[in-house]
Design a binder for this molecule. Structure first.
Ligand code: AMP
Ligand code: ZN
Ligand code: FE
Ligand code: FE
Length: 275
């Protein structure tokens, strides 16, 4: 068990727990520092911090995970210690969420064209008020019996290069780095092991101001983590990480704190915040 987990989702995006439920869980599991990192939304942060007030040993880092597409790949950018209240930042996130709606509708349309009609109202209902995403569509596909489970939905239809996938607004990973920095946050590349041609991508991102990348990531084995640690070191990037917990009922999902970075990582992130 780690004491730190810097990658957690709530029902404000595609996680299943409310921010308060997530905080209760991480407190019970003995975590000391966690970052709440919903996709393109920060509305979970204040309820999470309010819930953490009754757990004095627990610190919440305000975070976000921004989605970007590059040819053939998607890159997710985490931002830590963001001044999330910034009105212009919030307006940008609201625009990203609007784009997500159109994109989800497009994916639903493609699925219908492939003989798998879904009710849009049901997809919206699954997504709730926050940021809509592919896991919500996957859930609707499961309910209709078109697929047996979430992974099948991604493998067959919704994955980055799948037949129902629709790209989002073209914000580049570099723009995401700058957006995080514009609100005093520390930009960190999420799950870099999913990106082809990683070192080439990193070179551009470091030039744009990238400060860290995930190394201690739950879905990577020890060998992959060792390789990523070496790359992070070589590019001068702070090794971060966490479980990317969504509270899906998928068997074998890693629970908060099963893996995470050391306290030194938090100290280094904190030292860069606000700059
Ligand atoms: P979206 O925000 O709509 O792009 O969906 C991103 C989310 O979908 C990620 O946070 C993952 O939870 C999930 N996801 C993306 N790709 C896959 C995949 N290939 N297999 C399973 N889940 C995935
Ligand atoms: Zn997610
Ligand atoms: Fe991600
Ligand atoms: Fe995530």
């Amino acid at each position: 068990m780690a004491e730190i987990d810097l990658h957690l989702h709530t029902n404000q995006s595609d996680g299943r727990l409310t921010p308060a439920e997530l905080i209760t869980l991480v407190a019970e599991r003995g975590l000391k520092v966690v970052a709440v990192t919903d996709h393109d939304i920060t509305d979970g942060l204040e309820p999470a911090m309010a819930a953490a007030a009754s757990h004095p040993q627990l610190t919440i880092i305000p975070g976000v995970e921004l989605s970007t597409d590059i040819p053939g790949n998607e890159v997710h950018m985490l931002g830590y210690y963001i001044r999330y209240e910034d009105p212009s930042f919030q307006a940008t996130l609201a625009r990203f969420r609007d784009v997500r709606i159109g994109r989800a509708q497009e994916m639903v349309k493609r699925l219908a064209d492939m003989g798998m009609p879904l009710e849009w109202e049901r997809v919206q209902e699954i997504a709730g008020e926050g940021a809509i995403g592919r896991p919500h569509i996957a859930q609707a596909l499961i309910e209709k019996g078109y697929v047996g489970g979430r992974q099948e939905a991604f493998d067959k239809y919704l994955g980055r290069n799948g037949p129902a996938y629709s790209e989002r607004e073209k914000i580049t990973p570099e723009e995401a780095v700058r957006l995080v920095a514009s609100v005093g946050g520390v930009p960190v590349m999420a799950h870099p092991g999913y990106t082809d041609d990683l070192e080439n991508v990193l070179t551009g991102l470091v030039a744009a101001g990238l400060k860290g990348m995930e190394v201690h990531y739950a879905q990577y084995d020890e060998k992959a983590r060792a390789e990523l640690a070496e790359i992070a070191e070589r590019y001068g990037l702070i090794p971060c990480g966490g479980t990317d917990y969504h509270a899906t009922d998928v068997e074998g999902e890693h629970l908060p704190g099963e893996i995470g970075p050391p306290m030194e990582t938090v100290e280094r992130l904190k030292a860069l915040a606000g700059g």
